[in-house]
Design a protein around this ligand. Structure first.
Ligand code: BES
Ligand code: ZN
Ligand code: ZN
Length: 491
């Protein structure tokens, strides 16, 4: 999609999308002819200009859609994203490939937005909502669901706005890159496939390097928690280390859960739960795309993208409930439930990351618990940790980016809930029925594998796949990418 700034209305034929706030009374811009008509519709209460409401009409043979902005005081950047998401879905619904819109100009008048952030939000709303995963569709089907080719913004804005558009484009495209990885079937996007994706990213940028630990090295290093999860799989386990040297000093490490398929293992997932489990590498996808985009944004920080890759399958060689494994840091873990596999591969990845790279900060991203979907639903990831400053920065990055997180309590009372009886730890909580506060106890388990670094955990279980929104169709959202990039840009 091309986003073109600075064009003028009137010269082109096609679809126009314009919009007004509830407080506005004069509708003669940008189309003089429409002033009276809209005024009448508003008076007759046919069009109240509430947020996202639409009124369609025709001017000089061109279709015009008028969007309601709601109240000026309620406007914020996430609403800007949503309005541009609507712009794309309305354009698609009108079966048009191009659209001209005066939205930015009008929106910018209402609030003293940071021009750069405004540009970001515009590009993000447009590019995220124009996404389709159509590589497996026939030509006929593809043609029916065409994406939008050109958006004429009718607005130039400041240099900062233009810069914002560029940044937002990189962020949104990185998010879409993660969505592609998540949508790809598990039989395609296995550990070797994701290794190739990472290798391509590393070879495209001299500041990025890739180191891959294969099965023999993982064995030698004693990453038995990770190896245990992969024991039933035909695909090899791997640990990818993407390093981006945009700056010096201690790195910030992103660790992403990369379960390429989660059958649950012998604690097999039932129908209605197993179908989406190709997505259990959403954390990994977010980490890979974050490193890619951080380099494109020339972020001057030293970053690590750590991606443990495994497949949780059943077979004669698979791990069994009751097995005990010794993790990289020497702690023993009883397998209380083979479906609680994410924390096992993260345990080794976290301990290895800390020991080998001594990062200042570790942030892990994982589709870790169904409990998080129950607690928060689909429109925020769970956020857990002990470092208040880091948690606050992540909460802010989530709000700024629209890729939101919500804090869960990490009370003292929970800290021994993962202690084992015949092993140091159990991967299933040993208190109550094992499932209470499931997202919190999972994080308690992870915390036993981080000693010195500041650490925060994001549970993406609901956020990676919401039920659709103004700028996400149903399907993968690439959750984790935007918040991490905003976090890096903010700090
Ligand atoms: N990958 C799942 C969590 C998940 C569930 C992600 C739904 C996205 C949507 C994870 O490996 C898992 O199965 N967790 C178990 C843990 C339990 C056995 C303690 C769960 O949530 O049921
Ligand atoms: Zn599982
Ligand atoms: Zn899982």
């Amino acid at each position: 999609m091309k986003i073109v700034t600075g064009n003028r209305f009137g010269s082109k034929k096609g679809l126009f999308i314009i919009g007004f706030f509830e407080e506005e009374k004069n509708y003669s811009q940008p189309f003089k002819e429409l002033g009276k008509e809209i005024e009448e519709k508003v008076k007759a209460k046919i069009f109240a200009k509430t947020f996202g409401e639409t009124y369609s009409t025709v001017v000089r043979g061109n279709k015009v859609i008028v969007l309601g902005f709601g109240k000026k005081q309620d406007l914020h950047l996430e609403k800007v994203r949503r309005l541009f998401g609507k712009t794309i879905s309305l354009t698609k619904a009108a079966k048009m490939e191009s659209v001209s819109t005066s939205l930015v100009e009008n929106l910018a008048k209402a609030k003293n937005f940071d021009q750069k952030r405004l540009g970001q939000a515009v590009a993000e709303g447009l590019i995220l909502s124009n996404y389709t995963f159509d590589k497996y569709l026939s030509k006929e089907r593809k043609n029916k669901q065409k994406s939008v080719q050109n958006v004429y913004l009718q607005f130039s804005g400041t240099k900062k706005f233009q810069e914002g558009l560029k940044i937002g484009t990189i962020i949104a495209e990185a998010t879409n890159f993660a969505r592609d990885l998540v949508e790809e079937p598990a039989s395609v996007a296995n550990s070797s496939y994701l290794e190739k994706v990472a290798a391509k990213i590393a070879s495209a940028n001299p500041k990025i390097s890739l180191n891959v630990l294969n099965k023999a090295e993982l064995k030698q290093l004693g990453m038995n928690a990770l190896l245990g999860v992969n024991a039933g799989s035909e695909n090899p386990p791997k640990l990818l280390v993407l390093e981006y040297k945009g700056g010096s000093g201690k790195p910030i490490a992103f660790v992403g859960k990369g379960i390429t398929f989660d059958s649950g293992g012998y604690n097999l997932k039932p129908t209605k739960y197993i179908e989406e489990m190709k997505d259990d590498m959403s954390g990994a996808a977010a980490v890979i795309s974050t490193i890619k985009a951080a380099a494109e944004l020339k972020i001057n920080k030293h970053l690590l993208g750590i991606v443990p890759l495994c497949e949780n399958m059943v077979s004669g060689s698979a791990q069994k409930p009751g097995d005990i494994v010794k993790a990289y840091n020497g702690k023993t873990i009883e397998i209380g439930n083979t479906d609680a596999e994410g924390r096992l591969i993260l345990a080794d990845a976290l301990a290895y990351t800390e020991n080998k790279y001594k990062p200042e900060i570790i942030i892990d991203l994982a589709t870790l618990t169904g409990a998080c979907v129950i607690a928060l639903g689909y429109y925020a990831a769970g956020l857990i940790g002990k470092d208040e400053k880091l948690l606050d920065a992540l909460k802010k990055a989530g709000d700024d980016s629209g890729d939101r997180v919500w804090p869960l309590p990490f009370y003292e009372e929970y800290q021994d809930w993962m202690d084992g009886s015949i092993s140091d730890l159990n991967n299933l909580s040993t208190k109550g029925k094992g499932y209470e506060a499931g997202s919190i106890t999972a994080a308690v388990f992870l915390s036993k594998f981080v000693d010195k670094s500041k650490w925060a955990h994001l549970d993406l279980s609901g956020a990676y796949w919401p039920m659709g929104s103004d700028y996400f169709d149903k399907g993968a959202t690439g959750s984790g990418t935007r918040i991490m990039l905003y976090y890096l840009l903010n700090n």
